[in-house]
Design a protein around this ligand. Structure first.
Ligand code: NAD
Length: 253
């Protein structure tokens, strides 16, 4: 099945983890993908897609910098004839910090990438999606954005902001046939969580990650990718302005 044949798709944070898995999944279903990331390893994602017979280009950029986002959107337009799907997924975590130990610089860094980044992606991709008659925008938020208690207060606040941004964008773009949704992953094994997983393995507590979850395991990037593809597809034609939790049931237990 080629749900995304003829579609032009941008995925940020595509060098690693959720972004890489999602870029590969879109391409496997026929999408032409611009893979964007700060990390040069994004070229390997695009090369893997092309080696599989898919269509992809890579661009290194800072997703929180407006000139870079403008360039990314122009590249997708020039290479693939426009944009149908924008997935603003790039993000950073700040490690475990107590609220009172935080600094304005730490807050500014995290908010710039995690919240201003998705805003810029929406601002510059939406007009191109509208030109094509409509499409979908996705952002990666987090279960950490739905409630307090996660280990990094500016990270949680940035993800709560993304959920609100998605609601506003969904309201404002619905009349132009652009749906906007957020995905809220629970704990997924990626570059971002590698140290937590390594630590758990070193101390022989790998099963602790699973023990905390009703499904008795952490999630895989591909399990987020499948939800992203659903939300970006016409199958989700009446899903708009939502924050879809994909966490194995952790937040409802
Ligand atoms: P990851 O570290 O494997 O991937 C994140 C990617 O974003 C990296 O390749 C990194 O280079 C890129 N990136 C960081 N800053 C950037 C910038 N300024 N410009 C462009 N690219 C930049 O981690 P992941 O888990 O795949 O993270 C993807 C998204 O999922 C993030 O928004 C993260 O907050 C979110 N998330 C992850 C989890 C989890 O458990 N892994 C849970 C909830 C939400």
């Amino acid at each position: 099945r080629a749900r995304f044949a003829g579609k032009s798709i941008i995925v940020t944070g595509a060098a690693s983890g959720i972004g890489r898995a999602t870029a590969m999944a879109f391409a496997a279903e026929g999408g032409a993908v611009v893979c964007a990331d700060l990390d040069e390893a994004v070229h390997a994602t695009a090369a893997a897609i092309v080696a599989d017979g898919g269509t992809a280009r890579a661009i290194t950029l800072d997703a929180g910098r407006e000139a870079d986002v403008v360039h990314m959107v122009e590249l997708a337009g020039a290479a693939h004839g426009g944009i149908d799907v924008m997935y603003a997924n790039a993000g950073i975590s700040g490690g475990l910090t107590g609220l009172l130990e935080g600094t304005p610089e730490q807050w500014a860094d995290i908010l710039r990438v995690n919240l201003i980044g998705p805003f810029l992606a929406i601002k510059h991709a939406a007009p191109r999606i509208i030109e094509r008659g409509g499409g979908a925008i996705l952002c990666t938020a987090s279960v950490a954005g739905l409630r307090s208690g996660a280990g990094c207060p500016p990270y949680s606040a940035s993800k709560a902001g993304v959920i609100n941004l998605v609601q506003t964008a969904a309201q404002q773009l619905a009349g132009s046939n652009v749906r906007v949704n957020a995905i809220c992953p629970g704990l997924i094994e990626t570059g971002m969580t590698a140290r937590a997983y390594e630590h758990a393995r070193e101390v022989g507590k790998e099963d602790r990650i699973g023990r905390l979850n009703p499904l008795r395991r952490g999630g895989e990037p591909e399990e987020i990718a499948r939800v992203a593809l659903f939300l970006a597809s016409d199958e989700a034609s009446y899903v708009n302005g939502q924050a879809i939790v994909v966490d194995g049931g952790l937040s409802s237990s």
